[in-house]
Design a protein around this ligand. Structure first.
Ligand code: 5GP
Length: 211
């Protein structure tokens, strides 16, 4: 990710991506990951059971509660939370490795995790991706057929709490149905704007004259 000018190689962004169940954020992340030179997606650890098409080490590291609690005790997680009765957390070592490379690190985590990341890393950028409305959200959850009826109802309820947290986020994008590409475009625009922010280039003049 060399800028090819006097700004040279710079640190990537720490990007938190949250959104209620059915927001389609997973699809948007897949689109961003078509450019692996620019983006890396953190793989979380979780104690929830794998879904039908999920692979250990790809969507998540699926671990036991004992192992997860060991990760907490050994401070192996950047943040973690209890989401509807299961633990979810961001492994520290791979995240730190990515940030050293200049790529942008995507953390697809809930609002509780977002709050923890912002407290520990004030320079993090928090983006919320939301469905176009409650009815469409419910339709999406029912058609993806991953969750049980009980889980769907709990996720819909939980969505209300997630939306309350939107005000603590830096950006919100409405992911219209069938428009994930457009959402990914807006996301890339946010990344470009953040990288152009003078707040992130305190040494602009020094860099300019160092050539
Ligand atoms: P799901 O069970 O649908 O895969 O994930 C449930 C929720 O947990 C989603 O909002 C997802 O973004 C969030 N989540 C996934 N990984 C993590 C993590 O490492 N930390 C936190 N705080 N939330 C996570």
């Amino acid at each position: 990710m060399s800028d090819g000018n006097f700004l040279g190689r710079r640190k990537g962004l720490l990007l938190v991506v949250s959104g209620p169940a059915g927001s389609g954020k997973g699809t948007v992340m897949k689109l961003l990951m078509q450019d692996p030179d620019s983006f890396a997606l953190s793989v979380s650890a979780t104690t929830r059971a794998p879904g039908k098409n999920e692979v250990d080490g790809r969507e998540y590291f699926f671990v036991s509660r004992e192992r997860f609690e060991e990760m907490i005790a050994k401070k192996e997680l950047l943040e973690y939370t209890d989401y509807l009765g299961n633990y979810y957390g961001t492994p520290r070592a791979p995240a730190e490795a990515v940030l050293g490379t200049g790529r942008h690190l995507l953390l697809e985590i809930d609002v509780d995790g977002g709050r923890q990341i912002k407290a520990a890393f004030p320079e993090a950028v928090l983006v919320m991706i939301v469905p176009p409305g409650a009815a469409e959200q419910e339709r999406r959850l029912r058609t993806r057929a991953r969750d049980s009826e009980e889980s769907i109802l709990r996720r819909l309820e939980r969505a209300k709490a997630e939306l309350t947290e939107a005000e603590h986020y830096d950006y919100v994008i409405v992911n219209e149905t069938g428009e994930a590409e457009k959402t990914a475009d807006v996301f890339r625009a946010i990344v470009a704007a953040e990288m152009a922010s003078v707040r992130r280039i305190p040494d602009l003049k020094e860099r300019y004259y160092a050539n």
